[in-house]
Design a binder for this molecule. Structure first.
Ligand code: ADP
Ligand code: MG
Length: 495
């Protein structure tokens, strides 16, 4: 389809060059199959539940028995609309189902019902941070289609079987422009997309069970050259493999080109055991599929009113929530984005902010200490041993000057290890900040007396010398002095 390639080419005009690998720019576009979370299939009433005995969830329509007709599942369309709204796309008022013809044992009809020329969701973009850099990957389209069945190779009996439970499962295929420029950016995109579909609840996101499968189209080029020929890595179902597969593929393509070989367009599979990609088939063109409108299905018509109804039922979207966090809590865009990585995390933040009345501090603790601890033990926010309310209490004790920041870390340790009462921990560990100015003043004077050298340096204009004195005083107070108060007292004594 040379026309498509030219469109992609045109879309890349004026975009900045990405990081180079051995002098080559890496170009990546994604096709992602998100399984929609409907109870029944896209064109039949059979169940979509995972893990049933083979062929117990395939009805006459899924088996393609003669005389059966497909009937569109409204829930699948609604989920496609939700997705379109979530990524700022155009929802086509009229889209068309097409037959994609190919022969394969797991495809009983001999064609897959998909959308070709007029997909239901058009355009839109997925925005995310790569490190602290903002990225936006543009989507070409998202279309509804049915999944195929599965071949089971039963080595122990030397036979292959077909399981049609998955046949007719609703999928949303989400296609990007070739906008990504590194494996890291591709993984960040995939994670963001995964976050969106699970956040709005249209897909369970279970990658092991195949509910969210990514195909990565990869090519390389010398900066400024036209797009190179791509190879498509199929069915990447873990973020780790995704990065490994793309990195391997990029190295392989560069080696081929450097050795004087042209890249052949192909579909390849990644083998996690060897860490290599291997060609599965040379790539078919759209023409090979002989697409044509499915005469069994009328055009899919979506009224503006339906779109508004769906919009009205949708929960707040991550990016709107992030904007609200910035506006109403004064958080940075980066922090707001971090805190809206999942609904659970956002909920945790809001609960801690409410409990303490200190949103900024809550944000710092959650993206700092708490995130570090959760990561280290590979825990999700739902599994945090410290509840949002408890963290809120801890933050309250920092903001009302009962404890210092360093004491708060000790309290947090205790909470992480199972303690639940913040005040009880402060009491039992004797961490209360010293609020008795008289006692503090005595310590300050003592430290000034004993550290003539630092005092002289500070008076000579070296502001850093003050830190040494503050350190001494904090130590002498066993960490109970309020560092800010110490600072002020010191400056006034030394003025
Ligand atoms: P198909 O793979 O079904 O033939 P398309 O031709 O629409 O579909 O392209 C699929 C994907 O390939 C899109 O995500 C697009 O961004 C990506 N793509 C197209 N050209 C290139 C290229 N030269 N390098 C990398 N990705 C590309
Ligand atoms: Mg493809």
């Amino acid at each position: 389809m040379s026309e498509t390639v030219n469109t992609f080419e045109a879309q890349q005009q004026g975009r900045p060059t990405g990081p180079l690998v051995h002098g080559y720019e890496v170009i990546i576009g994604f096709e992602t199959h998100a399984q929609l979370s409907t109870a029944s299939k896209i064109f039949s009433r059979a169940s979509t539940a995972f893990g049933a005995e083979p062929n117990t969830q395939a009805c006459a329509v899924d088996l393609a028995l003669p005389g059966t007709l497909p009937v569109m599942n409204k829930g699948a369309v609604e989920r496609a609309i939700q997705f379109g709204l979530a990524i700022g796309a155009h929802i086509a008022p009229r889209s068309i189902f097409a037959r994609k013809n190919y022969f394969y044992p797991d495809l009983p009809k001999g064609y897959q019902i998909s959308q070709f020329e007029i997909p239901v969701v058009q355009g839109g973009a997925v925005d995310f941070f790569l490190g602290d850099e903002k990225k936006s990957v543009r989507l070409v389209r998202a279309h509804l289609e049915e999944d195929a069945g599965k071949s089971l190779h039963e080595d122990f009996i030397g036979q292959s079987g077909i399981d049609l439970n998955r046949a007719g499962t609703p999928l949303l295929e989400i296609v990007t422009e070739p906008d990504m420029r590194s494996s890291a950016e591709a993984v960040a995109y995939a994670k963001e997309l995964h976050k969106i579909v699970t956040w709005i609840g249209i897909c369970d996101g279970n990658m092991q069970e195949g509910s969210f499968r990514c195909d990565a189209n990869v090519s390389v080029r010398k900066p400024g050259s036209p797009l190179g020929t791509r190879r498509e890595i199929k069915n990447l179902n873990s973020f780790k493999f995704m990065q490994q597969a793309i990195d391997y593929e990029v190295r392989w393509q560069i080696e081929q080109i450097e050795d004087g070989h042209a890249i052949q367009q192909a579909t390849v599979l990644f083998n996690p055991d060897t860490g290599e990609t291997r060609a599965m088939r040379t790539k078919e063109d759209a023409a090979d599929y002989r697409y044509f409108p499915d005469p069994d299905l009328p055009p899919l018509c979506i009224s503006e009113q339906w779109v508004q109804e769906v919009r009205g039922k949708m929960a707040e979207l991550p990016r709107n929530m992030a904007a609200r966090f910035q506006a109403s809590y004064g958080l940075s865009e980066y922090d707001a984005t971090q805190l809206t990585q999942s609904l659970a995390l956002a909920g945790y933040f809001e609960a801690a902010a409410k409990a303490s009345g200190q949103a900024k501090l809550a944000s710092n603790w959650i993206t700092g200490e708490l995130a570090r601890r959760l990561n280290a033990q590979d825990l999700s926010i739902e599994q945090s041993p410290v509840s949002a309310q408890t963290l809120g209490q801890l933050i309250t004790r920092i903001s009302d000057s009962t404890i210092s920041n360093s004491a708060a870390k000790q309290v947090f340790d205790a909470l992480w290890d199972g303690a639940t009462e913040v005040d009880a921990v402060i009491e039992s560990k004797g961490l209360k900040q010293m609020n008795d100015t008289g006692a503090l003043e005595a310590i300050v004077l003592q430290v000034i007396d004993k550290n003539a050298k630092n005092v002289a340096e500070f008076k000579a204009g070296n502001d850093k010398a003050l830190n040494a004195l503050v350190g001494q005083i904090m130590k002498a107070s066993q960490g109970k002095a309020n560092p800010q108060q110490v600072n002020e007292l010191l400056r006034s004594k030394l003025a």
